[in-house]
Design a binder for this molecule. Structure first.
Ligand SMILES: Cc1cc2nc3c(=O)[nH]c(=O)nc-3n(C[C@H](O)[C@H](O)[C@H](O)COP(=O)(O)O)c2cc1C
Length: 467
């Protein structure tokens, strides 16, 4: 469960949860859930001792963020994990906090991810100590707690009296989790959300997907097109094929048979897919149309994801021999055919005028387009309707971390009759998996509708004979 931005006292907030090596660390998964129930997005940091009391995997699966454990490790995108959390968190709560951690924190020793994140943050900090009663009563611990509260301004949620893990009883038991959540809410008050943009928050862990595309044939186009000027020169674009290859990989991992129609690419092409080269728009069109219909008019694929950057214009008359250096050169360009719109028409049995002149493809393939824009995605929704697509992925390729040649992408998903869905900055593989979640669901809906239609169609030989 991720933070639900719509409800709860911590709606839209990012909370860092620091867990240290107390027996009470077993309560931390429950604390994650309680914070999430208030609408918070939670990332967990563990000290090395804490990782021996509670499984990092459980906390990662619950929080959907990598658990920060190694103060010297970098995130896959090169950012420093505990600094990302320190800068983005609306509050950091350390629960349970050990005697050792209180001492380290009181002295500013950033030897673990919890102290490092707390030292680096300007957000409110809430500390809930838990330990043996004698340890908590020791003057050293009392001094450390005072320093955190009075010197640093942290909220201390005092431990409770009761029986302790040592078998003794005293004041040292971790405070009630509800009180800790209340203290976090109170510490934040009505401050504005510090990092509403998911791109500046910790990365999201995607869950492995099931083989939900088993038996499906998915066609993916990737890369840019090359429109010939003469036999050696062309008009191209900066697409590398990385997004299309990520979709092909994800589809294969989910059990699909994959055909990759590749334009100009600068990433390795997969061995598991059938690869068809289609470097110019004309070649890519020929490859697509050849794949579109299977035997006896059946659709040749279940879904097409058109991630290639196809040229919008091409030289009207490419020179037959190499152009030689001379004065200025003016190229006349003509619009290229809109491949996705054409596939949409063919699959619905329409001709270029929109008239139904042939049988629609059966079963109807799911069609997904990509629209690279610069500056605004306002035109993307129009393309979805104009081309008869099931889904359109819009991305602003001018934005940092998005578009050509990067490992990440920030996209907005458009679907008919639905509000545009902005997705956070994700790896291209994560974008691919989220997109295929939708494709798999659309294919299942399509098949269920088809099944119902077949069952409600009365077989001819069972009909009442007409007199
Ligand atoms: C079973 C067990 C339970 C412990 N529980 C606590 C505790 O509740 N509070 C505490 O301050 N230390 C506790 N300790 C000791 C800490 O784990 C130890 O001081 C450790 O160095 C803390 O490291 P950390 O503060 O970096 O997480 C416990 C140790 C053991 C073996």
């Amino acid at each position: 469960m991720r933070g639900d931005a719509g409800a709860g006292r911590l709606a839209g907030r990012l909370i860092g949860l620091g867990v240290t090596g107390s027996i009470a660390a077993y309560k931390s998964p429950d604390l994650v859930r309680r914070l999430q129930a208030e609408g918070a997005d939670v990332q967990v940091c563990l000290t090395p001792s804490a990782a021996r009391f509670v499984a990092p995997l459980a906390l990662e699966a619950l929080s959907r963020h990598p658990v920060e454990q190694d103060v010297l490790a970098l995130l896959p995108d090169g950012r420093i994990g505990h600094i990302v959390l320190a800068d983005a968190a609306d509050a950091i709560v350390v629960a349970p906090a050990t005697a050792h951690w209180l001492g380290a924190m009181a002295n500013g020793l950033a030897g673990d991810t919890v102290t490092a994140a707390v030292l680096a943050t300007s957000a409110p900090v809430v500390v809930a100590p838990a330990m043996d009663g004698e340890m908590y009563a020791h003057p050293a611990t009392r001094a450390n707690v005072s320093r955190l509260r009075d010197g640093f301004g942290y909220t201390i949620v005092e431990p409770e009296a009761g029986s302790l893990a040592s078998g003794q009883s005293g004041v040292g038991r971790l405070a009630d989790l509800g009180m800790i959540v209340d203290a976090v809410v109170a510490a934040i008050g009505n401050r504005p959300i510090r990092a509403p943009d998911p791109g500046s928050r910790p990365p999201v862990v995607e869950t492995p997907r099931p083989a939900d595309l088993e038996g499906r044939h998915i066609v993916v186009t990737a890369g840019g097109t090359a429109e010939p000027i003469d036999p050696v020169r062309y008009i191209g674009n900066r697409s590398t094929g990385r997004m299309g290859v990520a979709i092909a990989e994800a589809a294969f991992a989910r059990g699909a048979r994959v055909t990759l129609i590749a334009g100009l690419t600068s990433v390795p092409l997969p061995a598991y897919a059938r690869v068809i080269r289609g470097e110019s728009t004309a070649q890519m069109r020929a490859a697509l149309l050849a794949t579109l219909s299977g035997p006896s008019g059946m659709a040749g694929f279940d879904a097409l994801v058109m991630a290639a950057a196809v040229a919008d214009f091409r030289p009207t008359r490419p020179a037959e021999s190499k152009l030689t250096r001379g004065g200025s050169l003016t190229l006349e360009l003509e619009p290229t055919p809109d491949l996705l719109a054409e596939v949409g028409r063919v699959s619905r049995g329409l001709d270029s005028e929109g008239a139904a002149t042939r049988r629609p493809l059966e079963p109807r393939p799911v069609l997904v387009g990509f629209a690279a824009e610069t500056g605004s995605l306002a035109r993307a929704a129009g393309k979805l309707h104009a081309k008869g697509l099931d889904l359109l992925v819009g991305n602003d390729v001018a934005e940092a971390g998005s578009g050509f040649g990067t490992d990440t992408n920030r996209v907005t998903l458009f679907a008919p009759d639905a509000e545009p869905e902005p997705w956070p900055l994700l790896s291209k593989r994560a974008v691919a998996d989220r997109l295929l979640d939708r494709v798999a669901a659309l294919l299942d809906e399509r098949d269920a509708a088809r099944q119902t239609a077949l069952m409600t169609t009365e077989p001819a030989d069972l009909r009442e004979p007409t007199r």
